[in-house]
Design a protein around this ligand. Structure first.
Ligand code: SF4
Length: 68
């Protein structure tokens, strides 16, 4: 089982909250931009995080296998 690293390029977030609707690993922070709850997620959670990655209209979510 692989782990996945989840990141957001927050400075370019437009705050539409699409990711938060698709995956509970994302939440809207007090500055109106999305944040990640867990930067490392197990493979079992990767699907919903990747769905958010694919759905972000400005393409700033990255979900990548960790190297180990
Ligand atoms: S889907 Fe992308 S632009 Fe929209 S809130 Fe999430 S990270 Fe920000």
């Amino acid at each position: 089982m692989s782990d996945y690293r989840v990141s957001i390029d927050r400075k370019n977030c437009i705050g539409d909250a699409i990711c938060t609707a698709l995956c509970d690993n994302f939440y809207m922070d007090s500055d109106g931009k999305a944040s990640v709850r867990n930067e490392i997620v197990p493979e079992s959670k990767s699907g919903e995080n990747i769905e958010a990655e694919i759905s972000c209209p400005v393409g700033i979510i990255k979900v990548r296998k960790t190297a180990h």
